[in-house]
Design a protein around this ligand. Sequence first.
Ligand code: ZN
Length: 65
Amino acid sequence: MVQSCYVCKINSKNPESVDISFHRLPAVPVKRLIWMSLLGIDSQTILPIGIRVCSKHFRKTTVTV
Ligand SMILES: [Zn+2]
C-alpha cells in the first residue's frame, strides 16, 4: 500500500522516501490538535480519516508510535 504525507505529499514509492517513515495522526483529539499545530495545519481544518505525515516533520526524539 502506498502511503503519502499530507503535508509535503511525498509518498512511499518516491525514491527520496527511503529513510522516511509515515505516521498516522493520533485519534485522541487533544494529541491530534497538538500535531496539527506543530505541522502548521489550522485547527479548524477537517482532515480526512487516516491521513499520514512523514517523519521529515518531526525530530527523531519526538516521534512516538
Ligand atoms: Zn512530509
